[in-house]
Design a protein around this ligand. Structure first.
Ligand SMILES: [Zn+2]
Length: 288
């Protein structure tokens, strides 16, 4: 088995009942519904884009936790010279599994830094080696191309009313807030590696495993409104040995795995996965 037998495109299956993204969802509602959005209209066919920022932060946080579990430290996401509002908290982070962003690099020409820096980048002109794409979603499954990092999902605008507590007001609304949400999301998040390093794949495998065990932990839920049950995500790496048509078949509720897919799953679990995880172990044990 060679770890370079897989390509640089990786697909994570994401499933969640409700997702509220802090940096907001871009919708195509103006085309789809002529601007007349009715929250209770089951016919609304609004699709859109979930930006990658929140997704990326969520993944990074899980990856940092894995690096720490392996006994390493991770680049802090904040600039070392930033003026943190709470510098005491930053200093505490540095004692607790983090190093200053970029402290893992002596010479930017030669050093890759820690695996987190290597994947996510750091200073302005050093890009991470993992490109995180937005997820395009559509409520119409036949329009969804899972091989392009898309998902089935139903855009909803939720209203939150704060009502008067005085009896004589009969619960008159004091304030009304609209929140963009995607319900019943199921699809792929497309990650592509600018450079293939087996440790990257190992870290992704371990992070997704970590999320599986921590999906209801407040810290590892995705996006906003977590107190209301949003952001609990089921995620799994789609077997990178799959061909395109096999990847699509994962989302076909009428069809199960083919024998060839089952064989690839066994091969992935028995040979590839341990080799990638070994590469991660080695990379972290080498430091920094
Ligand atoms: Zn680092």
């Amino acid at each position: 088995m060679q770890t370079d037998e897989i390509g640089s495109d990786l697909y994570v299956r994401l499933q969640t009942d409700l997702l509220v993204i802090g940096d907001s969802i871009m919708t195509d509602r103006h085309h789809a519904s002529n601007g007349n959005y009715q929250a209770d209209d089951p016919q609304n066919q609004i699709g859109g884009i979930i930006p990658a920022f929140s997704l990326s932060g969520w993944l990074r946080h899980g990856m940092e936790a894995v690096v720490q579990q392996y006994g390493g430290t991770a680049c802090h996401p904040g600039e070392a010279n930033a003026n943190f509002m709470r510098s005491d908290v930053y200093e505490r982070d540095l004692d607790d599994g983090y190093h200053k962003k970029g402290a893992c690099i002596d010479d930017p020409e030669d050093d890759a830094g820690c695996v987190i820096f290597d994947l996510f980048g750091g200073f302005g002109d050093i890009p991470g080696k993992m490109m995180r794409r937005p997820i395009q979603f559509s409520p119409v499954r036949s329009n969804v191309d899972y091989t392009r990092g898309q998902a089935e999902g139903h855009y909803r605008q939720l209203s939150r009313n704060v009502v008067s507590r005085n009896d004589e007001d009969h619960r008159k609304p004091l304030r009304n807030a609209e929140i963009d949400a995607v319900a019943n999301l199921d699809g792929t998040w497309h990650l592509s590696l600018r450079e293939m390093k087996p440790a990257f794949v190992g870290l992704l495998i371990e992070a997704l495993d970590f999320f599986d065990a921590h999906k209801t932990d407040f810290m590892h839920q995705l996006g906003g409104a977590r107190n209301f049950g949003a952001g609990i995500v089921e995620c799994a790496l789609i077997n990178p040995l799959y061909e395109e048509r096999e990847l699509k078949r994962v989302f076909n509720r009428g069809k199960g795995n083919t024998n060839a897919m089952d064989e690839k799953d066994e091969q992935w679990a028995a040979e590839f996965q341990p080799a990638f995880v070994d590469a991660l172990t080695e990379r972290i044990s080498e430091g920094p």
